[in-house]
Write a protein that binds this ligand. Structure first.
Ligand SMILES: C[S@@+](CC[C@H](N)C(=O)[O-])C[C@H]1O[C@@H](n2cnc3c(N)ncnc32)[C@H](O)[C@@H]1O
Length: 273
């Protein structure tokens, strides 16, 4: 673990032990080895194995409009709430972060929800949706913005026709109106300094791989990265734990949508420096 952290800055101690062992065993099988020290030797001799290890750790399962009722809530309440607080000149920025955004489906679904909700008012806003991931293959796929018919199966037909161009074969390419909102880059959210002033952080279906200690640290980082009145959105099976519960209030329990609590509205909120 120490070797991986020193060589690649990847802190495996934050991942759950059984998860790491399962993923390592899949590499052992592929390399026909059975011991950890043999694997360390492979890493030393062949640095390209690090990419394979990251690939094995990164379970990239995702889809457009994953948990459709969350996206309904995003359109019917969250985006509208945010816009209500941005009436003054110079405040019309909307910044979203998809932590562990995989191949971009989540970020482009948010972009579609914004277009549909804001309509022609969208031109009044500067919008950026940052889709970050530890897996460079995901960054390449998000940048390309091309998806097979199978991958766009959840996109309602009228939205598919409006926001995608069908290319040769069964490929659908996102239109520039979505592409210009989405930025994507490599980030290990466990070790990186997360930029600030995000209105919404999506961190869905990623915490399940991390230890409880890593959860607490991440929630503290998210709290300081989220703007006043901003939101944190977790996956369906994920929840806030321990002391971090006081940093956010529940906005919608079923959809795992939380709102940042700041000192000005709750005196008992923890101070984040
Ligand atoms: C199961 S996918 C979730 C994708 C999307 N958020 C969703 O809910 O559909 C988890 C993603 O987290 C990424 N990931 C795992 N560890 C990470 C880390 N430390 N920093 C950033 N991304 C990470 C994986 O590469 C993978 O693409």
């Amino acid at each position: 673990m120490l070797r991986v952290r020193n060589d690649r800055g990847l802190d495996l101690s934050a991942y759950k032990q059984p998860f790491i062992m399962r993923r390592l065993r899949s590499r052992f099988r592929a390399l026909d080895i059975c011991k950890l020290d043999e694997y360390c030797m492979v890493l030393r001799r062949n640095p390209a194995e690090y990419e394979k290890l990251i690939e094995a750790l990164a379970i990239n399962v995702t889809e457009f409009f994953r948990d459709p009722s969350l996206f309904e809530l995003l359109s019917s309440k969250v985006i509208k709430e945010l816009c209500r607080s941005k009436t003054k000149p110079g405040t019309k920025h909307l910044r979203f972060l998809c932590a562990g955004g995989a191949s971009g489906e989540e970020a482009y679904s948010i972009a579609i929800a914004l277009c549909e909700t804001l309509g022609s008012q969208i031109d009044d806003y500067t919008i950026s949706i940052h889709s970050v991931d530890i897996d460079d293959d995901c960054i390449i796929k998000t940048k390309a913005g091309k998806y097979t018919a199978e991958r766009v199966r959840n996109v309602p037909i009228e939205l598919l026709e409006k926001y995608f161009t069908q290319e040769e074969g069964d490929l659908y390419s996102v239109k520039p109106v979505l592409r210009k909102m989405v930025r994507t880059y490599h980030m290990d959210i466990l070790t990186a300094r997360i930029p600030k002033h995000f209105d919404v952080i999506f961190c869905r279906n990623l915490l399940i791989y991390f230890s409880k200690e890593a959860h607490s640290e991440l929630f503290m980082k998210f709290h300081s990265a989220i703007a006043i009145d901003g939101f944190l959105i977790l996956g369906r099976t994920e929840t806030l734990i321990g002391a971090t519960k006081g940093m956010f209030e529940v906005f919608d329990a079923k959809e795992r949508v939380y709102r940042k609590v700041t000192m000005s509205i709750r005196s008992h909120a923890p101070a984040i420096v």
